[in-house]
Design a protein around this ligand. Sequence first.
Ligand code: ZN
Length: 131
Amino acid sequence: MQEFKVTSSERSQLIDITADVRRAVSASGISEGRCLVFVPHTTAAVTINEGADPAVRHDIEYELDKLIPWAGGYAHAEGNSAAHIKTTLVGSSETIPVSAGRLVLGTWQAVYFCEFDGPRSRRVYVKVTAD
Ligand code: ZN
């Protein structure tokens, strides 16, 4: 299993980690299989969406903030329930096919680390498994 760090600079931020995941796939030496991307945090997640237009990333953050406001009369005493809820909705992992030694993504797809309680230093695990 491989690991890399992500440093967020805002409370809520989608960070393109596609290049890091591609590097991990190359380093694995595996040509056919699947790539698991796992975020080991309770207030950060991972998703796949459009990487070409930064407005898409902005709109996702904006709508998630509207759906799950930071101050929502939550019970959790740490005060970051919105981040926990967003993490559960978005999810902690993605599985992406690997073929011919490369990550198989659609033309417009990018892998995003989703920070929901930053700024923080975070970790991402990547496990590539052969068929
Ligand atoms: Zn908490």
